[in-house]
Design a binder for this molecule. Structure first.
Ligand code: GSH
Length: 101
């Protein structure tokens, strides 16, 4: 099916549709003690998905800048191919829909 004929899909599914999962460029902004961050990293590790990790501290300027840049007030901040996916919940939803195989 050509891309013009694709059914209506949410953004996360569309990401999977248009790009093979193995080519995904995954970046995580995280705090080491954050349970949601631990969950997100454990999921990616379990799936064997490589990712770039920015393990930061509360008040770290890089974390403050990332929250502002992506408009996402909590950690983890999950970026795939330069696009904000969301946090741990959205990452888990993406995985559950087959988008992270
Ligand atoms: N729904 C979010 C919840 C994330 C969340 O609540 N993270 C906490 C830390 S565990 C947080 O960022 N709190 C504010 C902060 O640390 O600045 C997700 O699934 O990622």
């Amino acid at each position: 099916m050509g891309l013009g004929n694709r059914p209506h899909l949410p953004d996360q599914a569309l990401l999977f549709w248009t790009k093979p999962p193995d080519d995904m460029d995954i970046t995580l902004y995280s705090r080491a003690t954050c349970p949601f961050c631990i969950r997100a990293k454990a999921l990616l590790d379990k799936l064997g998905k490589p990712y770039t990790l920015h393990e930061l501290h509360e008040g770290d300027p890089e974390l403050t800048a990332a929250k502002a840049k992506w408009g996402h007030p909590t950690v983890p901040i999950v970026i795939i191919d330069g696009k904000l996916i969301g946090g741990c919940t959205e990452l888990e939803n993406l995985a559950a829909s087959g988008g992270l195989r």
